[in-house]
Write a protein that binds this ligand. Sequence first.
Ligand SMILES: C[S@@+](CC[C@H](N)C(=O)[O-])C[C@H]1O[C@@H](n2cnc3c(N)ncnc32)[C@H](O)[C@@H]1O
Length: 484
Amino acid sequence: MMSNAAATIDSIRRDPHFLRLKAMVIDATGLAYYADKDAAFAERINRRLPFGRITTVGSYLAALEAEGPGGAEFQGLINELAVGETFFFRYIEQFDALRAVAIPECLRRNQASRLLRIWSAGCSIGPEAYTIEILLKQHFAAQLEGWQVHIVGTDINGAFLEQARRGAYGDWAVRGLSPETLEACFDRQDRLWAVKPKYRQWTSFMPFNLVDGAIPSYPHGIGHFDIILCRNVMIYFDEATRHRLLGDLHKALADGGWLVVGHAEAGPQMNELFIPVSVPGATLYRKQVEPPVATAASRRAAHGPAAHGPEPVAPVPTSGLRRSGKPASMSAADSAAGLPAGPVSGPRSRKSATPQPAPAQPHPVETDERSTALEACLARVEASRLDPAAHYQLGLVEEELGVGDPVAAFKRALYLDPRFVLADYHLALAYWRRGRLVPAQRHFRNAREALESRSDDEAVTEGGGLTVQELRGMLDLWLNGEEG
Ligand SMILES: C[S@@+](CC[C@H](N)C(=O)[O-])C[C@H]1O[C@@H](n2cnc3c(N)ncnc32)[C@H](O)[C@@H]1O
């Protein structure tokens, strides 16, 4: 026997107007998630009926059509349909990546305007937007002195936005936060966690439907953002809507701006529109500074060898930023030898030659100077995609900073110049640091063999004066000596 409620939901599902109602709502909201969830959709409709004197699906549909998506009842229904799961510092790696790479870049790029604009698109009850303000205030307060910072959270669900504006949350929204973070960022109000007023100064909220109407929308202040977070929103949309929205978000970014999406939301067209920039645990998507002018050949080179090439490599993270010389974060001696300041061994540093255990997690970038070094290398790769030295230098800096994919960068250098011995050497080191001893050994050996027929005094490419004999010595240490 069906319960009364189940029988009512079943009759809503069977109503001849049901499918039209569902299609109309999906069209207005993008929530294709409900396309194959009739029972769930009917249950939400049941929560809204009766609506005044309206009791049938057909008359409810007519009423919604009459008032349109901005109407009060349409809003009430949307509030029932939207899934608002969210919490503070959700996917912490993405916030780490913003802190390490994207925000320092925005601060440099906007030095003249002193304006920083961030959009949490599909913000639900607000934690994502407040997390950004907390991050900025805790890590960039000094640099942002005198800046105008706007963080806008938008959502289709008016009830979520009301809670976002109140800024007070139950335990669920702050789950996983340490007692120190709770203490630092929230005031206890009865049984709620209220975001401290100092972390609510730059953040505001407003309704905005991501699938209905134009983006950018300058009258609503939607456009020219430095960073857009649109996470766990597009998973509820169908492919066509997602595709269109990605194009819109691209247009709503300033040149050089950054997009962050949920882990399940980065489809293949992301890489056509954006430049993927990989950092440990997260990938950020960057809008190119200038329209892409890459030829098919240079794009192939930038994205690594074709399927028949020697080894698969990851896409190149590139940037349109200016080129600014030698990576600042290397010591002079190391950079002269083409070596990063990390645990690199060789005859010149025999005392400290014993390699250190590979760190479990590469350390994050911490200073402006370091990000500048990375940018310089990214810009060089962008400008000279077929230059093996550019990829090699990028690999060195990425390895040192613990960002990007240095293994892929060294592989690209080797692909472009198979005789690039230092690229082999550093590829081996990179594998070794990651505990991948077999490929490490292979590349140490490759490098050693490549030096066999070369004369002792010959300078090694990109070695800054390092000779073949010296490099042989370094390789022998790895292959036969105490580090072997
Ligand atoms: C799962 S929450 C994501 C919250 C937050 N971005 C996060 O990742 O923690 C998805 C949000 O997208 C909103 N949303 C769904 N469709 C939307 C639309 N067409 N326009 C704007 N927001 C929408 C929902 O109301 C909901 O608050």
